[in-house]
Design a protein around this ligand. Structure first.
Ligand code: AMP
Ligand code: MG
Length: 389
C-alpha cells in the first residue's frame, strides 16, 4: 500500500502524448488551448461611448449645447464638436476625437435641438481605445481551459478558430456478476449499475465524452475477452469493480496477462484503497473499487487531475475555508480519508455517511473533507479546507 502523495507522484511522472487539433471557437467550450492567444487589435478598437447621451468638450460650461449630429453605433462621426455644441451619441458608438466626455441622457433635457445639462455627475462615460487589451498583448496562455468567458474573449478579438489539445478517448467498463443495468427488474442479489453512469457524468463535467463497454460478469475468461477487445479502442480505460482481494476479482491478473505494468494497486485512502493504476505503452488503465463513493472520490482525487494533464491543462482543485460546526471523530487513522460534507456560509456540516456504498449521502454534499492519516478527530470550531465537488 502506498500513500496518496506517492500515488500522485507516480501519476505526475507519466508524460502523456498530447496531440493538437484546430477547432471552431463555437465548439471550444471545456477544451484546452494549445496556443497563446495574442490580440491583433486594441480593445475597445476605438474610444467608445459607454452610455447613451451627448458627447461634449469636458471643459465646456455652456448653458445650452447645440446638437450637431446623431452618432449611432457603427457610424463614423462626421462633424467636429466646438464649444457650445454636442453630438447625440449611442452606447457603443465612436466618440468624436475632440470630445472627452459623454453626459448621460438621464442627466439632460433636450428641446428643439438644444441640450441642457440638469446635473453634472462628473463621469466621463468613455471606454478608451486599448484600455482593456492592446494589440500584441498575450490575452490567454497555452494550457488555459476554455470556459464561457474565454469563448467570449477569443471571439471578441475576431478569432474564429483555435488550436486545442485533442481530448483523450476514454472507455468505461463495469465488472460484477451482480450488476444489472437500470431499467431492468432487480432480482435477488443484484445491484443496479450506478458507477458506469456516475463516472461517465464526472467525465462529461470536465468536457470528455466516454465510450461505454457494458457490464462484464465476474468470469476470468469474459473479463479478459472484454478488456482485450475494448482497450485498444481507447487511450484511457476505466474499469469499475473486480480490483480487490475477492475470489472473483480478476481485473489485476487479467491486466498483467495483457502486459500492463501495474504502478500501484493499493493506496492509503478511504474510501478507495484497492485503486489500481497501470500503463502499457501510451495506454492508461485505472481500476476502481466498485463501491460508488470510492469510485466518485477516486475520480476526484486521482483521475480528474490526470485527465486534465492529458488534456494539456494543469488542474488544481478548488478549496474553500470553513469552520467545523461539530466534532468529527474516527477510530482508524492509517489512511487519509475523504468524507462528504456540506459547506455553507463559512461553516462545514458533516453529513450522515455510512461508508463507501452510501451514494445518497454524496448528493447531500457539496464538498469533501480530507482527514489526514494519523488524525483521529477534528473538533468543532477548527478551520478546515474543503474540496468542492
Ligand atoms: P467490487 O469492487 O467489485 O468488490 O465491488 C464492491 C461493491 O461495489 C459491491 O458491493 C458491488 O456490488 C458494488 N458495485 C460494484 N460495481 C458497481 C456498479 N457498477 N454500480 C454500483 N455498485 C457497484
Ligand atoms: Mg465485483
Amino acid at each position: 500500500m502506498i500513500q496518496i502523495e506517492e500515488a500522485e507522484k507516480i501519476l505526475n511522472n507519466v508524460e502523456p502524448q498530447k496531440l493538437i487539433e484546430k477547432i471552431k471557437i463555437k465548439d471550444s467550450l471545456n477544451r484546452v488551448l494549445a496556443q497563446d492567444i495574442i490580440s491583433k487589435i486594441d480593445m475597445p478598437p476605438y474610444n467608445k461611448s459607454a452610455m447613451d447621451g451627448y458627447a461634449i468638450l469636458s471643459g465646456d460650461d455652456s448653458e445650452r449645447f447645440k446638437v450637431i449630429e446623431v452618432i449611432a453605433a457603427g457610424k463614423v462621426p462626421k462633424k467636429e464638436i466646438k464649444k457650445g455644441e454636442c453630438s447625440k451619441i449611442m452606447t457603443g458608438a465612436i466618440v468624436p476625437e475632440e470630445a472627452d466626455k459623454v453626459v448621460i441622457k438621464e442627466k439632460t433635457k433636450e428641446k428643439e435641438g438644444l441640450v441642457r445639462i440638469i446635473e453634472d455627475d462628473g463621469l466621463v462615460n468613455i471606454c478608451y481605445a486599448g484600455e482593456d487589451i492592446k494589440s500584441g498583448d498575450k490575452v490567454l496562455e497555452c494550457g488555459a481551459k476554455i470556459r464561457a468567458s474565454e469563448v467570449g474573449i477569443i471571439s471578441s478579438l475576431g478569432i474564429d478558430s483555435i488550436n486545442v489539445y485533442k481530448n483523450p478517448e476514454v472507455g468505461i467498463l463495469t465488472t460484477g456478476s451482480e450488476i444489472i443495468e437500470p431499467g431492468k427488474e432487480l432480482l435477488k442479489g443484484q445491484i443496479y449499475n450506478s458507477n458506469a453512469y456516475s463516472i461517465s457524468a464526472q467525465f462529461a463535467q470536465i468536457g470528455i465524452n466516454t465510450k461505454y463497454g457494458g457490464v462484464v460478469p465476474d468470469i476470468r475468461e469474459k473479463t479478459r475477452e472484454k478488456i482485450y477487445d475494448f482497450f485498444y479502442k481507447v487511450d484511457v480505460l476505466i474499469i469499475s469493480g473486480g480490483v480487490s482481494m475477492g475470489d472473483y476479482d480478476y481485473v489485476p491478473g487479467v491486466l498483467e496477462d495483457l502486459g500492463v505494468k501495474l504502478h500501484f494497486t493499493k493506496v492509503a485512502i478511504k474510501p478507495g484503497k484497492p485503486t489500481l493504476f497501470g500503463t502499457m505503452g501510451k495506454k492508461i488503465f485505472f481500476g476502481l473499487p466498485g463501491n460508488p463513493v470510492s469510485t466518485f472520490v477516486i475520480f476526484e482525487v486521482f483521475i480528474k487531475p490526470f485527465i486534465y494533464k492529458m488534456m494539456g491543462h494543469k488542474y488544481s482543485p478548488f478549496f474553500v475555508k470553513g469552520i467545523m460546526r461539530e466534532d468529527f471523530r474516527r477510530e482508524k487513522t492509517k489512511r487519509a480519508s475523504y468524507i462528504p460534507v456540506n459547506y455553507r456560509d463559512g461553516f462545514v456540516d458533516i453529513i450522515e455517511y455510512h461508508g463507501s456504498a452510501h451514494l445518497s449521502s454524496l448528493s447531500k454534499a457539496n464538498a469533501l473533507l480530507q482527514i489526514p492519516r494519523g488524525v483521529k478527530e477534528i473538533l468543532k470550531g477548527t478551520n478546515v479546507n474543503v474540496r468542492q465537488i
